[in-house]
Design a protein around this ligand. Structure first.
Ligand code: NAD
Length: 491
């Protein structure tokens, strides 16, 4: 494969962080960023020193009183202005995301840019509505009236995963800023460039100094940030193991925590489903972004009588899936983030094969001379208790699990410590009966599987705590305040 020449360009992103409205060069260890399609180094980004973490949080705390009490119209206007600049710079940001994540261009345009901008604008409009709740009067001896208000929770530490840097970061930023919070945003050290670039756009948009700070670092920086005494709320997207650390780190300060963690989402191909349609939709869904998606349907529950036909349909879909250059608009599956991540994916597959699993369709790597790629795989021959059916792989790999009747399919679907998404393919009436019985945060039926700004996203169990998106997402950045006053006699 000959890669697009744009892979050889150095992104025009400057490696400066944003602290208190200033462009700041990191004083900590240098992080090397790579292009996963070529394997070549892309940029060197100095991370934040401990002193800079403190400065960022202090700047956010200093900005909080004015930002939280600014008129809602002003906050809304500035968030829209920030969105205007993200849109105006979309081409450059998309290039950066393709370079640092390897996301195919068509997906980068929609999920990495369009959706987060729509989400931020939705929050900027939402806050123009009055959200006070007037509870009216009570009379327990004294007549009183009560009104309930939403108040911003304070300074937010927003930490995100590598796979959708702008989408995950701006999802948090839009809701937090709209709520009146100030933010220190820390992207993954593997993919920090696009988020550093929007830090600069926030400065240009005229967001007051300290309202949005962007710092870079790894686990130690994240720990210092989350344990900082001036941080009130941690909004974290990442793995369940780091999510557990976040809970521990939040304990001493009784910090509010939202966790968006991993998944092992089931897809039930219902009896009688059109297997060609179902196979096409489900395999395309989890292989996108090279399988590096939290809500990927990676446990495929197929009726025993339909196994052969589903395998044949899968062979057809895999033959059509294009593994290739993320700059090519025909590409479905790009590279995975790092060689050690590819080794982990391949190790999970070979361990499963060692326990008796077989690669039913696909497998291996494409024959490319550079970059880190994994072909789509569908594994069979294991039951749901096997580690390959229980643990998140975060690559283009699914496990086919046979079932005998719908009750058994539901039981297998729910037999997971995760509970992010569930997918149902087949008869809409039957799907509607099954949907409420799935222990997951989102159920997608047939081709309906997309984010929307007004909907909640998040999971049950190890998939996290709380939700992003919609009114649920902004509540994560709000405290509730009840104000009560007596009603004078005769009123
Ligand atoms: P990760 O958990 O390894 O890292 C996430 C972030 O946490 C990084 O920025 C990292 O630097 C930081 N970090 C690490 N240790 C920390 C600590 N002790 N304190 C504070 N911060 C710390 O995740 P990843 O490999 O970047 O991303 C993949 C994971 O993210 C998968 O499990 C995936 O399912 C999950 N994810 C979830 C969602 C969702 O919305 N539910 C979305 C995308 C990704």
């Amino acid at each position: 494969m000959t890669l697009d020449p744009r892979h050889r360009l150095t992104p025009t992103t400057d490696p400066e962080m944003t602290i208190g409205g200033d462009a700041v060069r990191g004083g900590g260890p240098v992080i090397e960023v790579f292009n996963p399609a070529t394997g070549a180094p892309l940029a060197e980004v100095p991370s934040a020193s401990a002193e800079q973490v403190d400065r960022a949080v202090t700047a956010a705390a200093a900005a909080f009183p004015a930002w939280s009490s600014a008129p809602r119209e002003e906050r809304s206007r500035l968030i829209h202005r920030f969105c205007d600049l993200v849109e105006a710079n979309a081409d450059r940001l998309i290039s950066t995301i393709i370079a640092e994540v390897g996301t195919p261009v068509t997906l980068a345009e929609t999920l990495q840019i369009r959706f987060p901008v729509d989400q931020m604008r939705w929050y900027a409009d939402l806050i123009l509505q009055d959200d006070a709740v007037d509870l009216g009067e009570t009379d327990y001896g004294v007549r009183r009236r009560s009104v309930v208000y939403k108040r911003p929770v304070g300074v937010v530490a927003a930490i995100s995963a590598y796979n959708y840097p702008l989408h995950l970061g701006l999802w948090k930023v839009g809701a937090a800023l709209a709520a009146g919070c100030t933010v220190v945003l820390m992207p993954s050290p593997r993919t920090p460039l696009s988020v550093l670039a929007v830090g600069r756009l926030a400065r240009e948009a005229g967001l007051p100094d300290g309202v949005l700070n962007v710092i870079v670092g790894g686990p130690e920086t994240g720990q210092a940030l989350t344990e900082h005494p001036r941080v009130d709320k941690i909004s974290f997207t990442g793995s369940d193991t780091v999510g557990q650390s976040i809970i521990s780190q939040s304990a001493a300060g009784i910090k509010r925590v939202t966790l968006e963690l991993g998944g092992k989402s089931p897809a039930i191909i219902l009896p009688g489903a059109d297997l060609g349609v179902a196979a096409n939709q489900v395999h395309r869904r989890y292989t996108r972004n090279a399988g590096q998606g939290c809500a990927s349907p990676t446990r495929l529950l197929v009726h025993r009588d339909a196994i052969d036909e589903f395998v044949a349909a899968t062979e057809q879909v895999f033959a059509d899936l294009v593994v290739g250059d993320p700059w090519d608009r025909a590409t479905d599956v790009g590279p995975v983030i790092r060689p050690e991540h590819r080794a982990r994916i391949e190790g999970m597959v070979s361990d499963a094969v060692g326990r008796g699993a077989r690669i039913a369709v696909g497998g291996g790597r494409p024959d490319f001379t550079e970059g880190w790629w994994v072909n789509p795989h569908m594994i069979a021959g294991v039951d749901n208790a096997d580690p390959i059916a229980q643990n998140e792989i975060f690559g283009p790999v699914s496990v086919m699990l046979p079932y005998s009747d719908v009750e058994e399919a539901i039981a297998i679907a729910n037999d997971s410590r995760f509970g992010l998404n569930g997918y149902l393919y087949g008869d809409p009436a039957l799907a509607a009966e099954v949907a409420p019985r799935l222990r997951v945060g989102t159920v997608a039926m047939n081709e309906a599987s997309g984010l929307r700004p007004d909907a909640p996203f998040g999971g049950f169990g190890y998939s996290g705590i709380g939700r992003e998106g919609g009114i649920w997402g902004i509540s994560a950045f709000q405290e509730v305040q009840h104000i009560q006053y007596p009603i004078a006699k005769g009123e």
